[in-house]
Design a protein around this ligand. Structure first.
Ligand SMILES: [Zn+2]
Length: 109
């Protein structure tokens, strides 16, 4: 079965928000910052802001989301990620350099 990407979108900015994990019985002290929205750009247009839920749904439906390092120009794919606190969020490939980590992108504002 082939999983042909429908569209490739660059994540150019993120909005972060402190969110309490849903599994709060396990980790009551885990209130930290998660990605709330991401800004997606197609061929330099946009960005169009979508929620993390929408972005995860897009990835599950075959879209490729990626970030670009401003220093090296390298790219890193974005994957759905469930934070240890239980919040469903996104993260970039674990081998991504610091400045293309999705958490380090500029705020969408
Ligand atoms: Zn968390």
């Amino acid at each position: 079965m082939t999983n042909t990407p429908k569209l490739v979108l660059r994540v150019t900015c993120v909005d972060l928000a402190p969110t309490r994990g849903q599994t709060s019985t396990a980790v009551t002290s885990c209130v930290h910052t998660h990605i709330a929205q991401v800004g997606l750009s197609e061929n330099g247009s946009g960005p169009v802001e979508v929620s993390v839920r929408e972005a995860r749904s897009m990835i599950e439906n075959g879209y490729l989301l990626y970030t670009v390092s401003p220093s090296s120009g390298k790219t890193a794919l974005i994957h759905p990620f469930t934070c240890p606190c239980g919040v469903q969020t996104l993260r970039s490939n674990s081998n991504a350099g610091d400045d293309m980590n999705i958490d380090r992108l500029p705020h969408c504002g």
